[in-house]
Design a protein around this ligand. Structure first.
Ligand SMILES: C[S@@+](CC[C@H](N)C(=O)[O-])C[C@H]1O[C@@H](n2cnc3c(N)ncnc32)[C@H](O)[C@@H]1O
Length: 247
């Protein structure tokens, strides 16, 4: 799936509304004020069950977590767009789903699902999750962290940790070039894609254990020799009891 690759006109939100002190564009506000909708319009044609069910991340996450299906009742997807991926994962793991996404249009479309669907989407950004502490068994950052404003990146990572139960799972799909890179975002002047290994923030704390990693590519279904195109899905376990006490 070639998210954000095609060229399209810049979003129409007034740039001056989105400028923060110091002259940089606030990425979270820009996505909430129109770029989220623009992303959705550009990619809507791919956000259908048949295509999503065959995607690398969905297959990897669902097959890896199948042995834990009984204990996975509630799933949160951050950056969920219209929730079609969340719906697919929840259906495979028999769980109920919540999603958060800055695009008003994607959230409205997603919430038009039949009433018996156990998926609820809310408009917002990952730095403020409107959910109680320890309320999810699986939290999924689905190819969105590279777009998060750097000023609240650590807050966003902490928010996901706050809402995830100890003994739960975290999944992260993102660009994963091997060393951090900052690239201009081709659809909106002043925005950047930040490519780096986001799972390492969690594993370095020793509070999370890396279960596994599936490497693929933004343009291929397998590992890419071109570092800038590399993508991975990493699956983490939030240790229920992370520190061995001795003495
Ligand atoms: C590349 S798309 C991925 C969509 C979907 N999760 C998937 O994997 O198909 C990135 C999504 O993240 C959303 N996004 C951007 N900034 C965000 C933020 N700060 N918090 C939450 N979502 C964000 C975008 O609006 C967009 O829907």
């Amino acid at each position: 799936m070639l998210w954000g690759c095609s060229k399209a006109p810049f979003a129409t939100a007034a740039l001056s509304d989105l400028i923060k002190e110091g002259g940089a564009v606030n990425q979270n506000r820009t996505f909430k004020n129109g770029e989220g909708d623009a992303w959705y319009r550009r990619n809507q044609g791919h956000l259908v069950n048949s295509e999503i069910a065959a995607s690398n991340d969905v297959i990897y996450i669902c097959s890896s977590l199948m042995p834990f299906k009984e204990s996975l009742n509630s799933i949160l997807e951050i950056g969920c767009s219209n929730g079609v991926k969340l719906e697919e994962i929840c259906s495979k793991l028999s769980a109920k789903g919540n999603g958060i996404e800055p695009s008003e249009q994607a959230v409205a479309d997603g919430n038009r699902r039949p009433k018996n669907s156990d998926i609820t989407l809310v408009q917002g950004t990952g730095d403020r999750l409107p959910f109680a502490d320890q309320s999810f068994d699986l939290v999924y950052f689905a190819f969105c962290l590279y777009l998060f404003d750097r000023s609240s990146l650590l807050q966003s990572l902490a928010e996901a940790d706050r809402v995830l139960k100890p003994g739960g799972f975290m999944a992260i799909t993102d660009f994963d070039p091997g060393s951090p890179r900052k690239r201009s975002y081709s659809h909106f002047s002043g925005l950047y894609s930040y490519k780096q290994d986001y799972a390492s923030f969690y594993t370095q704390s020793s509070l999370y254990y890396l279960i596994g990693k599936h490497s693929f590519s933004h343009r291929l279904n397998f590992f890419d020799k071109i570092a800038d195109e590399r993508v991975s899905t990493q699956l983490l376990y939030k240790e229920a009891d992370p520190f061995l006490t001795q003495g």
